[in-house]
Design a protein around this ligand. Structure first.
Ligand code: ADP
Ligand code: MG
Length: 417
């Protein structure tokens, strides 16, 4: 079976949304990573350039050496800087009071011997984030000292913060993308549904016209057959063997007549003369007519004075079919419950039986024309009922009773004044 167009559309649309979302997220992750490494390398190059300047000042020496180094390291980005000897004694500090203290550093000597520079992110005692850069200073006398620069990271981290802000923009863009996508899907699906519905209506109208013409012709021809058979049957004596055959012909014509009548009812364009109908008496009379020869138990509960806005004849036909269906489902016994009451702005009629109920396979086909499980059924009763009740701006449902056995036909129509 070919997949339906809405399914294909939905798949294409959601695949597109998913792929573009993935592409956007991937690019943003990449961007965030680049921003982080950009920030780190900017810190490293600042530290390196400050360190080499300090080293140069140290090489040149002279009286103003310390002042010069202090000046170089007084850059705003420097949180503090120190120079320590291989034993860890602080020889220089941007805070002069700390000169002479010691830095506790394991493996300092080895590290100095290896002569490598290193940088890492640390957290200061104030809780601020900083970048610690260690640089080996080679003194003119061949000794090595460590220059430790601790830089504020705020400026560099602004690049990272910028990338982080991008996440908000990306998030909003994704929400927008998905909202537009879902709306588009809804609009498309609705358009296709309406299109299919209008195609179905057109098709039904055509079938209806054909059926109506055909049914008229059959009914006319049937009128002659029935009339003539009845006439002959009256002439033939009771003991005549032809009598039985004629009775069978009559039964056949009656069956065809009822089928044709149902077909005509279902297929013709109906006009509705909706008025305020006294439901109490309509329900009572219909129940009485339909159950006159039935032997089961009847429970009736109609709210006093209840009225509905309905087409009297059509509603009577719908109720007759509902009651007949219930009785046919139960057979000669069982309990039939018919009730009519007001629920909000609606009048609700319920026809409940305790028959076998409706199977799961049958449920979706209930209101489709010609669906019947009875040998002498036409399968047009419920299809007509749906058309008629919807024509009165109501709804009709048939389902298994939630409590106990059997089925319940529920009709909701606007309440009458
Ligand atoms: N109360 C009910 N209990 C069980 N099945 C029902 C009931 N009412 C309707 N049905 C099912 O719905 C089918 C269609 O009903 P309907 O349209 O009135 O046509 P018909 O009465 O000619 O069969 C019935 O054949 C039956 O299978
Ligand atoms: Mg029926």
């Amino acid at each position: 079976m070919r997949p339906a167009l809405p399914v294909i559309l939905r798949t294409v649309l959601f695949s597109f949304l998913l792929l573009s979302s993935c592409a956007i997220v991937y690019t943003t992750v990449l961007n965030a990573r680049t921003a982080q490494s950009l920030a780190d390398s900017s810190l490293e190059s600042t530290a390196l350039s400050l360190s080499t300047s300090a080293e140069n000042a140290l090489r040149i020496g002279g009286e103003r050496m310390n002042e010069e180094i202090r000046e170089i390291l007084s850059d705003r980005v420097v949180a503090y800087a120190l120079i320590a000897g291989s034993e860890g004694t602080v020889l220089f500090h941007t805070n002069p009071r700390l000169v002479g203290t010691r830095i506790a550093e394991e493996g300092l000597k080895e590290w100095l011997r290896a002569g490598r520079t290193s940088g890492r992110r640390v957290t200061l005692g104030t809780g601020l984030s900083a970048y610690e850069f260690n640089y080996v200073l080679h003194r003119p006398d061949g000794d090595s000292e460590i220059l430790r620069l601790v830089l504020h990271t705020a400026q560099a981290d602004r690049i990272v913060a910028g990338a982080r802000h991008l996440w908000w923009t990306v998030g909003l863009a994704l929400i927008l993308l998905w909202t537009v996508g879902i709306l588009l899907e809804r609009v498309f699906a609705r358009h296709l549904r309406l299109q299919a519905e209008s195609d179905r209506r057109e098709h039904l109208a055509l079938v209806g016209q054909m059926t109506a013409t055909l049914a008229h012709e059959i009914r006319n021809a049937l009128g002659s057959v029935k009339g003539y058979t009845q006439w002959v049957s009256e002439k033939v004596g009771e003991s005549d063997p032809k009598k039985q055959g004629l009775a069978a012909v009559l039964r056949g014509t009656e069956r065809i007549e009822s089928l044709v009548n149902d077909l005509l009812l279902f297929s013709r364009e109906e006009t509705y003369s909706v008025e305020s109908v006294d439901l109490e008496s309509l329900v009572r009379d219909t129940v009485e007519t339909e159950t006159s020869s039935w032997t089961g138990k009847l429970e009736q509960e109609t709210a006093h004075g209840i009225r509905a806005m309905a087409d009297f004849e059509k509603l009577r036909r719908v109720l007759s079919n509902g009651i007949r269906n219930a009785i046919q489902a139960m057979g000669p016994g069982g309990t039939l419950r018919v009730s009519a009451r007001a629920e909000g702005a609606r009048a609700v009629i319920r026809i409940e039986d305790d028959g076998p109920g409706i199977s799961q396979e049958e449920l979706p086909r209930l209101f489709t024309p010609f669906h019947t499980t009875r040998a002498d059924g036409t399968g047009l009763g419920l299809a007509y009922s749906k058309k008629a009740i919807e024509g009165m701006k109501g709804v009709i449902e048939l389902s298994n009773r939630p409590e106990g056995r059997g089925a319940a036909l529920v009709i909701r129509i606007p309440k009458g004044g």
